[in-house]
Design a binder for this molecule. Structure first.
Ligand code: FAD
Length: 500
């Protein structure tokens, strides 16, 4: 693991530059060098605190860099490139996957990006003079951490505060025959030596949908099994349905909803095949199965109970709104505290935790306006209310929608099925939420998030000048559409909006 060691090294440690042998007191010890650990450590160090960061893996970055966010997003870009999917037949060329694509084609770009990320994190830790220890950490009490590494004598470090940022890992129910070869979780999926020709994805959540569409874009025959009645139930219903329809039509993903898995069997010696049987008796065969249903906090063996830090039944640390645990000197942030379990929020939670611990008066909460991006094909993003959540809360609201089909930029890039959907309050037109499906959704959503953060109204979109031709211009037409619907409703005095 990269990073500067500002303290005295033992002889043994000098031969192993990644392990810095120290026995000293710090202002802060951080457990885990994922997004939460790195940013929490940097935040405290920036304000002059002496920080020690402990990471058990040889490289920093956690799930975000090593197994999750960055690899999956890079592979998505690679899949779009090799498939020519972005061209969508715009130049008279049919959409087809490069026929002899190999795993190394697939992994080449991923390695380059991950290497660059490791370097950036290392530089950040060095710049902030953060001491790094490689080893597995365990709390002995609210101020003391023991760090074990191979056969080395365990070391003890103490601090005024401890930040637990050990992340999460995929749930692996005992009845699922995980073998790291045919039946995989999201950590092992990207280690398969060959691209499967048939893949079954179990779980229609974010990770399941992202991988289903990425592999389908590569020409893999993908079946997506979802126990619920729609994909990603947190999404606006219309967006979820648009995603399902697009994945089916354009990528050929077979999406089975309300599909309950009864069992998974793996058979064959030379060429193993998995058979997934559903509750209705349907049997499906594939070369690989991705089981992607939920995650649990990485807190086992961490000594939290000994220190008095409470966790729930899924291993997530219980914290207050400043990310302080049940022990005042121990904070926790990121995936290890559960929902929303995103790299984006993990970093902010850690910064807020450190500001609170050291009374930095710089940032006192994580913004309540949380954008949410899903890197499926097509991209999907949302912030705030959806039509369903607004109706559930019995808000008095209206929707406004604009399709990329009537947007010149949408025509140029050939994304005709994308759209922007706004949810706003009827009486003052305050923006309550926004959902976007299509190219650039994960970037575009920040425009809506900014308006919501300043408690703005959809009048912002009416008054603003957008570059032309851009997808951002769709916000203006969604706002016009919303005003027209509102005017119509007022003139007919209709009741709550109906689902369209
Ligand atoms: C496939 C996939 C795609 C994703 N896509 C996105 C996305 O597009 N956008 C987004 O925002 N988020 C995404 N996420 C989620 C994101 O990766 C996580 O929210 C983020 O990594 C959490 O950061 P963290 O620092 O809390 O934990 P982690 O990144 O899990 O880091 C925890 C670190 O702690 C270390 N550790 C654990 N136990 C110990 C111990 N006892 N001692 C020392 N070190 C220890 C681990 O080795 C690890 O390095 C995705 C996740 C997956 C799996």
């Amino acid at each position: 693991m990269a990073g500067g060691c500002a303290l005295r090294r033992s002889r043994g440690a000098a031969r192993r530059p990644n392990f810095c042998a120290v026995s000293e007191h710090y202002d802060l010890i951080v457990l885990g060098a994922g997004p939460a650990g790195e940013k929490g450590a940097a935040q405290a160090a920036y304000f002059g605190k002496r920080v020690c960061l402990v990471e058990r893996a040889p490289k920093p970055g956690g799930a975000a860099v090593n197994t999750g966010t960055i690899p999956s997003k890079t592979l998505r870009e690679t899949a779009l490139y090799f498939s020519g999917l972005k061209q969508r037949g715009l130049y008279g060329i049919e959409y087809h996957v490069k026929p002899d694509i190999t795993v190394s084609d697939f992994m080449y770009r991923e390695r380059a990006v991950v290497d660059a990320e490791w370097k950036l994190i290392g530089e950040n830790l060095t710049r902030h003079k953060i001491t790094t220890l490689q080893g597995t950490a365990r709390l002995l009490d609210g101020h003391t951490v023991e760090v074990s590494r191979y056969t080395d004598e365990p070391r003890r470090v103490t601090a005024d505060f401890i930040l637990v940022a050990t992340g999460s890992h995929p749930l692996r129910p005992p009845e699922i025959p995980f073998d790291g070869e045919v039946v995989l979780d999201s950590d092992s999926l990207l280690t398969v030596p060959d691209i499967p020709s048939r893949l079954i994805v179990i779980g229609g959540g974010v990770i399941g949908c992202e991988y289903a569409s990425t592999f389908a874009a590569l020409g893999v025959h993908v079946t997506l099994l979802n126990a619920r009645e729609r994909l990603m139930t947190q999404l606006d219903g219309e967006v979820s349905e648009a995603l399902r329809a697009d994945m089916t039509r354009r990528l050929g993903v077979q999406v089975l909803l309300n599909a309950e898995v009864r069992n998974i069997r793996v058979e064959g010696d030379d060429r193993k095949v998995a058979t997934v049987t559903l509750a209705d008796g349907t049997s499906l065969a594939a070369d690989c199965v991705l089981y992607s249903i939920g995650r649990e906090g990485s807190t086992r063996g961490l000594g939290l109970e000994t220190a008095g830090v409470r966790v729930n039944n899924r291993g997530f640390v219980l914290v207050d709104d400043r990310f302080c645990s049940t022990v005042p000197s121990v904070y926790a942030a990121g995936d290890v505290v559960g929902f929303p379990a995103l790299a984006s929020t993990s970093m902010e939670q850690a910064r807020v935790a450190m500001c609170h611990a050291f009374d930095l008066k710089y940032k006192d909460r994580v913004s309540p306006v949380l954008p949410y991006g899903v890197w499926t094909v097509p991209e999907v993003a949302m912030v705030g209310e959806t039509e369903e959540s607004a109706r559930e809360k019995r808000l008095s609201f209206e929707c406004g929608k604009s399709s990329f089909r009537i947007n010149p930029r949408g025509q140029i890039i050939g994304d005709l099925d994308g759209f922007v959907k706004l949810i706003f309050r009827r009486d003052d037109q305050a923006l309550l939420g926004c959902s976007i499906v299509g190219d650039g959704a994960c970037e575009l959503i920040h425009i809506a998030a900014a308006v919501m953060s300043f408690e703005g109204t959809i009048d912002y979109f009416i008054q603003a000048v957008f570059n032309y031709p851009t997808l951002g211009d769709a916000f203006k037409y969604a706002a016009y559409d919303g005003l027209q619907r509102l005017a119509k409703r007022l003139s007919t005095n209709a009741g709550l909006p109906q689902v369209r």
